[in-house]
Design a binder for this molecule. Structure first.
Ligand code: AMP
Length: 341
């Protein structure tokens, strides 16, 4: 019997609940400090207790996963806590494409794939001296936008960078990525591509709530002006969004272009869940600043199914359950190789 395994964090609960609902065995790689939390959930069949998630790379952990015919579901915590080399060295079959996770983590590769997919993007700025309008400054592969800041010109950039260095939030030799700030309505578009059915599904949209940039909008300008704190974009949670129906065609096109581009650039392509992240401007034009090449935590909103999946499935279908169903179908038809790397 196939088991579904994942790290105890991010979206592990809905991944394992979905797997259980599909009749698969569930395994959680769980840090000791979170054991009490995860023991509350009866759908977790087995826990592998570790001191740190990196132990998933050790022979001991990999052997347990192998004995249980496990497929590992990668999520944001795996990407944030392990290097691309470490992820690529995992022997357990990884759902989707573990090779594309490098393209998610590396800013230059990320931009290359997004261009290949013809996603409309905010312009990158190569040097602080070229900042002419509001920009957002990002760290490499930063988890949750911590240490990001906005700048209006070179002087502003230098002042904020120096402040963050003195506060120990960023380091002096860190290469920062500067990008034009795109104003509008945030929308994180989640898809699922099934290589078995060769079909793209649009799962849903979420919004991220980020502190403390969001909190800043709740205080009057007078107090904002007196604060010299550099606001960060640390994700705290997510909420649902539905789009104007007239925007859906374009959404599918972007998803399809991304799948096609990934097939050309990083075999076997963008299999499984992924997210295109960006902003709709005043003309309802989308600009994408980011993608995630695996399940995103925003899908946790839709544990009982998303509005768009209720159009495609006559049952409640979470992203976790959708992943499990794909694995089940692949196992039954002997095509696990097609959906894992
Ligand atoms: P990222 O790490 O690229 O997902 O960025 C973290 C957060 O920063 C996003 O969720 C947005 O709120 C914000 N953000 C990133 N890039 C841009 C941009 N070019 N324009 C406006 N907001 C952005």
């Amino acid at each position: 019997m196939t088991s579904i395994a994942t790290l105890g964090s991010h979206c592990s609960l809905q991944v394992l609940k979905g797997a259980k609902d599909e009749g698969l065995k569930t395994i959680l790689v769980c840090e000791k400090k979170r054991e009490k939390l995860y023991k509350r959930f009866p759908f977790i069949d087995k826990m592998i207790i570790v001191d740190s998630f990196k132990e998933v790379l050790d022979q001991k952990c990999q052997s347990i996963l192998e004995e249980n015919n496990a497929v590992l579901i990668p999520h944001g915590t795996l990407v944030a806590q392990m290097s691309s080399e470490e992820i690529e060295s995992i022997k357990t079959p990884v759902f989707g494409n573990k090779w594309i996770l490098r393209w998610e983590s590396d800013r230059e590769m990320k931009e290359k794939l997004m261009r290949e997919a013809k996603l409309p993007m905010p312009e990158p700025v190569t040097d602080p001296s070229q900042i002419e309008k509001l920009v957002i400054v990002k760290r490499q592969g930063a988890a949750g936008g911590k240490g990001y800041f906005m700048a209006a010109n070179k002087e502003d950039y230098n002042a904020k960078r120096n402040q963050l260095i003195s506060e120990g939030i960023i380091s002096k030799d860190e290469t920062l990525y500067i990008q034009e700030y795109a104003a509008g309505v945030l929308a994180y578009l989640t898809f699922f591509y099934s290589p078995l059915r060769e079909e793209l599904e649009f799962f849903g949209v979420d919004q991220r709530h980020e502190s403390d940039i969001e909190g800043l909008g709740r205080i009057p300008a007078e107090q904002q002006m007196k604060s010299n704190k550099v606001p960060s974009f640390n994700v705290i949670g997510n909420s649902p969004l539905v789009l104007r129906e007239s925007l859906l065609d374009e959404v599918y096109k972007m998803g399809e272009n991304f799948v096609e581009a990934a097939k050309r650039v990083v075999a076997p392509g963008m299999n499984g869940p992924f997210c295109i992240e960006g902003v709709y401007d005043e003309n309802a034009k989308f600009k994408s600043f980011e993608f995630s090449a695996r399940i995103v935590a925003g899908s946790n909103i839709y544990m009982d199914g998303s509005p768009y999946y209720s159009l495609l499935f006559n049952e409640t279908m979470s992203m976790g359950k959708r992943i499990a169903r794909e694995i089940k179908a692949a196992t039954e038809s002997n095509q696990l190789d097609k959906i894992t790397t």
